[in-house]
Ligand binder design. Structure first.
Ligand code: ATP
Length: 250
């Protein structure tokens, strides 16, 4: 489902990812961990083709990411959903309208779409908020709307960046049950988190740690997995200059 080979990515002079190689089979669950600034979001953005792949090779859901055309980006995103840290929901629209959007885009008849939206909202405890504007919701509720919108299409691959970041422990654990349920039905999941409880809530999941853009640890072995020795990593200062890939897709 996901193959990355020697993937690197720079923002100006700063290398946010360095020579990352790993594979994930269909139906696997992967946690990405590592300190702030390690490159987790950058890796998720590359896999969602919201950043262009400049160095290395990567294949996601059968699409080669290098030189991916706009048409293929659209096709890729029919199968891959993402929950970004900043949610990217439409604040002036209702919860139900936000969650229905990906189904509308796919041309699903409204009656079936409404049923599907209601089921997902129920599974995330949002059914009473269905007709509220997203601008009226708390941060944690907005986060759940973003998750509902991502899972409503039953994606082949779900990418989630700190999806439990704004939630209390009980809600976070409930949400992990929802993710696990999707995973049971065959969805491949890559979830970036700092939360140890979240990682431990999915026994058997793969774990990959990033430090300073390198893969420094993983809980599995494979010929295509490259682990950098932490002691050999150079000290690099994160750059904060202009994004060298401003042409990156959203
Ligand atoms: N658009 C950008 N322009 C310049 N530098 C960037 C940009 N996006 C990320 N970076 C830099 O790339 C590095 C990796 O950032 P990234 O967001 O991938 O880290 P992260 O592991 O997701 O961190 P966090 O856990 O805090 O979300 C950081 O040093 C960051 O400052």
């Amino acid at each position: 489902m996901v193959q990355a080979r020697h993937v690197s990515h720079n923002f100006g002079t700063h290398w946010a990812l360095k020579n990352v190689s790993f594979s994930l089979n269909k139906g696997e669950f992967l946690f990405l961990s590592g300190p702030s600034g390690a490159g987790k979001t950058t890796l998720l953005r590359l896999l969602y083709a919201s950043l262009p792949l400049v160095r290395g090779q990567a294949e996601v859901a059968g699409f080669q990411l290098k030189d991916l055309s706009g048409r293929h980006v659209v096709q890729l995103r029919r199968q891959v959903s993402v929950v970004f840290q900043d949610f990217k929901i439409l604040k002036d629209r209702t919860v139900a309208a936000n969650v229905a959007l990906p189904l509308e885009v796919r041309g699903m008849p409204a009656r079936i779409a409404t049923k599907r939206v209601n089921a997902v909202l129920r599974s995330l405890g949002l059914e009473k908020k269905a007709l509220c504007r997203c601008s009226e919701l708390s941060g944690g509720e907005q986060q759940r709307v973003a998750i509902a919108r991502a899972i409503v299409i039953n994606p082949q691959l779900l990418l989630a960046d700190e999806p439990t970041g704004n939630l209390d422990r009980d809600l976070a654990m409930h949400l992990m049950e929802v993710f696990k349920q999707f995973h049971t039905f065959g969805t491949t999941v890559i979830l970036a988190t700092h939360n140890r409880d979240v990682v431990e809530s999915v026994p058997g999941a793969k774990r990959l740690e990033l430090v300073d853009g390198h893969v420094t640890n993983a809980n599995w072995q494979a010929p295509d997995l490259e682990i950098a020795q932490t002691s050999e990593l150079p000290n690099s200062r994160p750059g904060c200059g202009p994004d060298s890939h401003k042409g990156g897709r959203q």
